[in-house]
Write a protein that binds this ligand. Sequence first.
Ligand code: HEM
Length: 423
Amino acid sequence: MSIPQDIADAIVDPKAYANGKKVDDAFAFLRREMPFAQAQPQGFDPFWVVTKHADILEVERQNDLFHNGDRATVVTPIEIDKKVRELMGGPHLVRSLVQMDNPDHMNYRKLTQAWFMPQNLKKLEPRIREIAKVFIDRMADMGGTCDFARDVAFLFPLHVIMEVLGVPESDEPRMLKLTQELFGSADPELNRRGEAANDFETGLAALQETVGEFMAYFNDMTEDRRAHPREDLASVIANGRINGEALDHFAAMSYYIIAATAGHDTTSNTTAGGLWALAENPDQFARLKADPSLIPSYLEESIRWVTPVKHFMRSATADAVVHGTKVAKGDWMMLSYPSGNRDEDVFADPFTFKVDRAPNKHVSFGYGAHVCLGQHLGRMEMRILWEELLPRLQSVELNGEPKLSEANFVCGPKSVPIRYRMN
Ligand code: HEM
């Protein structure tokens, strides 16, 4: 049985994600009525939609049976997929960890894995705290109103990852813009052309320009770090070796791009959505203020609540069974993280924001071999920000209607106007 057309169209529609409720309702229907079924939105190849928490883990655990790299990793219309294959000789515009399978995936991931582990990140904590304080002081100087998304949440994680990568501060606005063009390609306020892309060719051409600009930037950086290695992540990538050889150039450029994009937009969305939730739930804000030991569980709840990565795609390398249903070799499937995170079988009152939710086994970071490499960094940044901000934030409320971005892959709040008092 196929998923009804209106539901199939909604789960890929950037406007439905900008609406929020529309997409929540679509996935709630699927979890209840058709937890694992095929969808064929208009203009797309059919794909299975994995809506249940347990099934997402089950598919992700079997990373040799369900591949990332054989088909597009993000749900892509047929016409764009065709064009990308013509241009690139395969289904991807970049070749980062997300587009790889073993053995390459393991080899490329090993290069930076140690760098991303909590033990190594600890040394960054004092500097990240300094950066957080700068943004919080600025917020205090804004006189009691700001757009928390634009003025704080987008800029703080951007600054952290760019410093970690070794990108100079003067280039941060350009990196933010390129990231928003990439993830916000369907949003007229964020994409490269600054208008709705009416045809797929224009949209794809703009995306290619964005990727090209990123690659040119990081090419220069690689040469610099090869000649003058530093302690930064860029030097780890530039000088990394796999089986004694320097990285494939395209893969090295893609490595920077994923760090320079996923490395802040996800965290920014979560931070913006986390404060939005507090502004809307004064009782939860009061609980958190009264008991700062709840910061870690508040943080996890905000990651569940926002789920900034809306999906990744997998494809079957052989005939297989998921949720008791046969899937054929080559079948494409969507892992819906927001749906897994609202699964009524795993989360009590999934549509309620609870700062003390425990346990909270959300799947926002994915699972298995591809589980988010930056999860410890993302968590650490947000923990530090809340540890510094919450004691100073006396009150917070919405000061206008927050807005979600129009996108179906990495997205979340793009505007969160607030009124607040700080000491
Ligand atoms: C709240 C913050 C973040 C969220 C929710 C998030 C989410 C995700 C998700 C869902 C995946 C795919 C996992 C899978 O396929 O199982 C992923 C992969 C990845 N993330 Fe994150 N991410 C966050 C922050 C970061 C940060 C700060 C970085 C730092 C550079 C980062 C770098 C990566 C990389 C490199 C991968 C690819 C891993 C692989 O394929 O092996 N992420 N992330």
